[in-house]
Design a protein around this ligand. Structure first.
Ligand code: FMN
Length: 259
């Protein structure tokens, strides 16, 4: 049995966290320690010296989100084994896993396994669903089994890094910045939940809700968390993206593992 699993993740809408937790369950660790890099006030400066790490990130434009890369800088390891997880919205994970591998190696982790799993796309809505309900029970079972296989690999003394799909140098990612979800002031009850869950902390709530579009990462955590259903991402460029994803990325993909 593994002594400790360090669960490091950035997960605005919770799917990366879910899959990472299932992997940790499969690892069979006695103790699971969470390092949630999502909240705006996250300030980790940690050196991991024992156990195994599970490092989970969502895929944005085929890469690791910039904010997530910055926050991962605060976690360093002294050569402990790590499992990498890329969570993507059923389009492609492209270079996200190799980018995460390179950063993790530079931070002192020894990569023993990696997996690309599918989660509901951040832009998914009830009327235009994109990978809705993922990760489902089958995905989570696969994640747990993956964790079990990683535990067997480590316990067998095999610390080799597998070959992982992706391009090095990474492909340039398309920039979709400057856009942000909007608030329907008729429905908004100014509860402040959107500001509370916003990873970059760019929402302020007083007599109305204001969002600094420059810092918005478009993760849609605010829209998901809004109990009054007053927060929507309805910009024409996003509508266009949703339609394209529905057209080209609707066939459910299967998780891929590298062990
Ligand atoms: C700005 C942005 C870009 C995204 N780019 C991709 C992508 O390139 N490929 C893909 O399959 N999903 C993409 N997604 C979807 C996320 O990878 C997916 O929703 C993920 O499950 C979110 O993780 P979380 O629930 O942990 O926040 C993107 C989402 C956002 C917000």
């Amino acid at each position: 049995m593994m002594p400790t699993a360090h669960l490091v993740y950035f997960s605005p809408t919770g799917t990366t966290r879910k899959v990472s937790e299932s992997i940790a369950q499969g690892l069979g660790a006695k103790k699971v320690i969470h390092y949630d890099l999502t909240p705006a006030d996250t300030r980790f400066k940690t050196v991991l010296t024992d156990g195994v790490a599970v490092i989970g990130i969502p895929v944005y434009a085929g890469r690791v989100p910039e904010l997530c890369l910055q926050r991962l800088q605060g976690i360093t390891a002294r050569h402990i084994p790590a499992v990498l997880v890329a969570l993507y919205g059923n389009r492609e994970f492209e270079d996200a896993l190799v980018e995460l591998r390179d950063l993790s190696v530079a931070k002192g982790f020894n990569i023993v396994a990696a997996g690309a799993f599918i989660g509901e796309h951040s832009f998914s809505t009830p009327t235009q669903p994109l990978a809705a309900g993922r990760p489902d029970a089958e995905d989570l079972t696969m994640a747990e089994q993956f964790g079990k296989r990683v535990a067997v690999k480590i316990q067998g003394g095999d610390y080799n890094t597998p070959s992982i799909d992706g391009n090095v140098p990474y492909r340039e990612c398309s920039k979709l910045g400057g856009l942000t979800p909007e608030t329907d002031s008729e429905r908004c009850i100014l509860c402040g939940k959107c500001a509370e869950v916003c990873p970059p902390g760019v929402i302020t709530v007083s007599e109305s809700v204001a969002t600094n579009a420059d810092g918005c990462i478009m993760c849609c955590a605010c829209a998901r968390a809004c109990e009054a259903q007053a927060r929507f991402f309805i910009h024409p460029r996003i509508e266009e993206k949703r339609a394209m994803l529905q057209k080209n990325s609707s066939i459910p993909k299967t998780p891929e593992i590298f062990l």
